[in-house]
Design a protein around this ligand. Structure first.
Ligand code: GDD
Length: 296
């Protein structure tokens, strides 16, 4: 809501238009009408586990959707810059640390679709001279994270457990290691990428990896809860195949874009848990004192 401005204020206005990445004609109409100077393609069916259930739809929206958008820009001949949200998922089975020169070995329908979109963006840059860049972003989180992604799911469970409305937190693979950063830092990198003189591909991550278990332990410890009493492994959350470790080597972005992440792992999980506690009328301190009463 803070983005919305009074319609009578001429300076900044937020307009929303309906669109769909599965409709070429709609995208073409929107690009022609809006004449944007920058296009950020952040749209996706972005859940990796879900992509195993709906691989065709994921490929359509994530992969072909990018082609449709780039075609709409090319056809309209609008001189805009383009950003493609590529993903560290594309590295898949490749050993960390992963940089722009690491080979891609995708392990999910989502990652395969992202790779299609990634190479399509590179191809439009090379073929048509479009200022089209990709940001290969590692996991980026915040209190606004979707509720089915692991960090938010963990953070949301904590006040519910304290309130007694949830007995257990059911999770899948606790061993997976991810390079978790703060979305705010990563969006600053994205703007730098688009405003950079030359279109290119950029890895964005903190350079540190932590396991899902470390996130769980850290989050529960913040409110004085013993995670082992409340966390259960449910194999239904396992993926047919998962990625063991993602850890970025973002030295190119550091050197050439001057981008440095400001929020570390501990500060990130603190912010996420605190936000959920506040939302539920609790604080980290009241959580600590309420813990004694919670025995599942
Ligand atoms: N979602 C989820 N739910 N993941 C779980 C759970 C659970 O209950 N339990 C364990 N995990 C593990 C997953 O198996 C995975 O190894 C890790 O937690 C992180 O899962 P997600 O939070 O779903 O994120 P992701 O790494 O699969 O993908 C995210 O990051 C990518 C960038 O690398 C998404 O945002 C992608 O869209 C993004 O491209």
């Amino acid at each position: 809501m803070h983005l919305y401005q009074d319609p009578h204020d001429e300076d900044v206005r937020l307009f929303l238009h309906y669109g769909d990445l599965t409709s070429s004609s709609l995208l073409a109409r929107l690009i022609t009408k809006i004449e944007p100077s920058e296009v950020y393609n952040l749209a996706a069916q972005s859940h990796v586990r879900v992509s195993f259930d709906i691989p065709e739809y994921t490929g359509d929206v994530v992969g072909l959707g990018t082609t449709r958008l780039l075609e709409a820009i090319r056809e309209a001949a609008v001189p805009c810059r383009f950003y493609q949200a590529s993903s560290s998922e594309m590295f898949g089975a490749s050993s960390p640390p992963q940089s722009e020169t690491t080979p891609f070995q995708p392990r999910s329908p989502y990652a395969i679709a992202k790779l299609y979109a990634h190479w399509t963006t590179v191809n439009y840059r090379e073929s048509y001279g479009l200022h089209a860049s990709t940001g290969i972003l590692f996991n980026h989180e915040s209190p606004r994270r979707g509720e089915t992604f692991v960090t938010r799911k963990v953070a949301m469970a904590i006040p519910r457990i304290l309130h007694g409305t949830q007995d257990f937190l059911y999770l899948g693979n606790l061993e997976a290691r991810r390079d978790w950063g703060h979305a705010r830092d990563y969006m600053k990198a994205v703007v730098k990428i688009v405003r950079h003189g030359t279109a290119d591909d950029w890895v964005i991550g903190t350079g540190e990896d932590h396991s899902v278990l470390e996130f769980v332990e850290g989050a529960f410890t913040l409110v004085g809860l013993d995670w082992e009493k409340y966390v259960r492994v449910d194999p239904r959350y396992f993926r047919p195949v998962d990625i063991d470790v993602l850890r970025a080597d973002a030295s190119k972005a550091r050197t050439e874009l001057g981008w440095v992440p400001e929020v570390g792992f501990q500060a990130l999980l603190h912010e996420m848990v605190e936000a959920e506690m506040r939302q539920s009328g609790l604080s980290l301190v009241t959580g600590m004192s309420a813990r004694e009463d919670r025995t599942p």
